[in-house]
Write a protein that binds this ligand. Structure first.
Ligand code: KG4
Ligand code: ZN
Length: 339
């Protein structure tokens, strides 16, 4: 089965063609980083307008790259949420319109299920069950994954998502948007011994997270100093990244041990963070298992993960609904297992 995937939930317009026999055939992406950079964050109205401008050229490029045409497409998968409503509507209406015009089934894909399944696009794949740590700009979820669609939410962030905490802390340090990768790069120059930040909610039981207090810690640390020079910023970035990585690792270890599982999937934009990847790999190896990641470009938003998630679902169910489905909020646990 060959599926066209469309992603437009936030600030990336992305499309891909995935074939269940041949694998990923092509993918194309346009990032809106430059468009939003001067505002220091995503401006929803600008985002949706830009999706409209970019989606058709991206589809054309993707088909050309895959060397196939619409007659070869068996289904369409589009991100239906969670995300920015105006942005979601662009990809969802395009997906549903093409499916109607080409008389093929379409499927509404949960953006976080896309992230969760992205490691299955790689050669090295986990077996079910596994634990998934989903760390993006909007979500921090720890999930027990029994099968595709069979998700038990173990814990989540009670306030800022990890990516959001990276972005806000980076902004406080004067780094450009989106701050996560910039902060991580700066942290490599930092002295790990100079500051120690708290590991929030690690001394209490459970799997929930809270990252908003770390921002306050950054502000208070900087306020107590006479001079915040470039080296100090790097030292703060390092202390912040160490605290986040440590906190995530503590909760992952707790979940893996409690469930007696030694396979961990890490996905979502923050999954591209090198320190986090190395730390969680070491953790899983110490438990006799392995950590699984998508390649870094598929950690952040992309069309391949949506085409893949859609193809897995369309192989079991080929709905012919013409409703354009969009949900700004959509709990992952609302999804149905594939039968
Ligand atoms: O998954 P994603 O592309 O979009 C959402 O679904 O939200 O994640 C974007 C987030 C941003 O907050 C970005 O700063 C963060 O992922 N991010 C990183 C790194 N690369 C992206 N955070 C830390 N280290 C990185 N290397
Ligand atoms: Zn995402």
């Amino acid at each position: 089965m060959r599926v066209l995937g469309i992603e437009s939930s936030c600030d990336e317009t992305a499309v891909a063609i995935y074939d269940s026999t041949q694998g990923l055939m092509a993918h194309a992406l346009h990032s809106q980083i430059e468009l939003h950079a001067e505002y220091g964050g995503v401006v929803p109205e600008l985002a949706s307008r830009d999706h409209i401008r970019k989606i058709v050229p991206l589809l054309t490029a993707c088909f050309a790259d895959a060397g196939c045409s619409r007659e070869h497409i068996d289904g369409i998968a589009y991100t239906a949420g969670p995300g920015l409503m105006g942005s979601l509507l662009v990809g969802a209406s395009m997906g549903q319109t093409l499916a109607y015009a080409w008389d093929i089934p379409s499927i509404a894909v949960h953006h976080m299920e896309g992230h969760l399944l992205a490691p299955l696009l790689e050669d090295q794949q986990p077996d079910f069950p596994f634990v998934a740590l989903l760390v993006s700009g909007g979500h921090t979820l720890l999930v027990n994954v029994n099968a595709i669609g069979d998700y038990e939410l173990l814990g989540e962030s009670l306030d800022d998502a990890v990516g959001e905490a990276f972005d806000k802390t980076a902004k406080l340090l004067g780094l450009p948007y989106p701050g996560g990768p910039e902060l991580a790069a700066l942290a490599t120059q930092g002295d790990p011994e100079r500051f120690t930040f708290p590991r929030p909610m690690t001394t209490q039981p459970g799997y929930d997270f809270s990252f908003s207090g770390l921002k306050t810690f950054v502000v208070n640390t900087a306020r107590k100093l006479d001079v915040v020079d470039q080296q100090t910023k790097a030292d703060i970035a390092r202390a912040f990244e160490d605290a986040v990585v440590d906190t995530l690792a503590i909760k992952c270890k707790r979940a893996l041990k409690a469930l007696n599982i030694n396979q961990l999937v890490v996905a979502g934009g923050v999954g591209a963070n090198k320190q986090l990847r190395a730390r969680l790999q070491t953790l899983c190896e110490s438990l006799g298992g392995q950590a699984f990641y998508p390649r870094p470009e598929f950690c952040t938003d992309n069309g391949a993960m949506i085409a893949y998630a859609g193809s897995r679902r369309l192989q079991h169910n080929t709905p012919k609904s013409t409703t354009i489905e969009c949900h700004a909020r959509w709990p992952l646990s609302d999804l149905e297992p594939i039968k």
